[in-house]
Design a protein around this ligand. Structure first.
Ligand code: PAF
Length: 295
């Protein structure tokens, strides 16, 4: 039988492009009593993403992944046009990792009435500052597209990487505040041997920049070690950390010690902490973090 052109099957994984097909495939799985997991992505998948899919396949019977480079979460001077699109390779990786259904909508399918008039989901407080400060509107775009995907798939669980720590906090707050019956699971960051967090944007780095890039995580872990050793002078730690980033050749965007759940600036009494950093290396913006508890 000829498959409709928007729908292709690669062995055990279907790729669908429309919300109608997505809902039909998920409804079939649901009618078979399957527990549904969703892994939202923007594609250009690396082993950090496939680890999310592997986890999803362990926790659910039917794994849905999405690949959608969401224009609503990119600022006017950001890399929307150049963001790498590698669908064939991504499909192969998803299949190997245990994905059952891939959703690859077009911009028109996601925003059929245009983006200007789109209802926006805004999560206060946790969306503000950090990446939300440097990328105005970014988390509104993320919260909106994630809410749409959640409504389209209605998964039991959804899995996100802890590398985007603030994004995970924003998504957790949105399901809580909007009473969405979805369990949000954060998976540990996957790193290269030299500590650099895997990211689709690492592909932008030149060879020399790639050699410099692990300095971000080195500085963050150095601050984490000092906090674990009882250092309480956060301002000094952060000041020294920014100087270390600059000395390594990175341009700090922010470096912060926050409460890991509220993301408010940490007080000396807080025990559940996260050190978050973002820095530019040439034109590439890298982010990373370390979640830790102090005694
Ligand atoms: O982390 C990402 O790749 C994106 O922000 C997400 C969650 C897929 C929403 O577009």
């Amino acid at each position: 039988r000829q498959l409709p052109c928007s729908r292709t099957r690669i062995l055990g994984m279907n790729t669908v492009k429309t919300v109608r097909e997505l809902r039909a495939a998920v409804a079939r799985a649901r009618s078979e009593g399957k527990r549904i997991a969703l892994v939202p992505t923007m594609g250009n998948l690396h082993s950090g993403h496939t680890a999310l899919v592997t986890k999803a396949a362990q926790r659910a019977d039917f794994v849905v992944a999405s690949i959608f480079v969401n224009p609503l979460q990119f600022g006017p001077n950001e890399d929307l046009a150049t963001y790498p699109r590698t669908l064939a390779a991504d499909q192969e990786k998803l299949l190997q990792a245990g994905c059952h259904l891939l959703f690859t909508p077009t911009v028109d399918e996601m925003y059929p009435h245009g983006m200007a008039d789109q209802t926006i989901v805004r999560v206060p407080v946790v969306s503000e500052g950090l990446c939300g400060g440097s990328r105005p509107g970014h988390f509104d775009g993320v919260s909106t597209v994630v809410s749409k995907l959640f409504n389209m798939v209605q998964p039991d669980i959804a899995i996100f990487g802890q590398k985007d720590f603030q994004q995970l906090a924003v998504v957790s707050a949105l399901v809580r505040d909007l009473n969405m019956p979805i369990q949000i699971i954060g998976e540990p960051t996957v790193r290269a041997a030299d500590g650099l967090a895997l990211s689709s944007r690492n592909g932008y780095l030149t060879e020399a920049e790639r050699a410099t890039a692990p300095a971000l995580y080195r500085v963050i872990t150095h601050i984490g070690d000092a906090l674990r050793n009882g250092e309480q002078n956060h301002a000094q730690l952060l000041d020294d950390g920014k100087k270390a980033l600059e000395a390594a050749g990175l341009r700090p965007d922010y470096l912060e010690i926050r409460h890991a759940v509220t993301l408010r600036p940490a007080t000396p009494d807080d025990r559940d902490l996260v050190v978050l950093g973002a820095a530019f290396l040439g034109k590439t913006r890298l982010i990373d973090n370390l979640h830790l508890t102090t005694a």
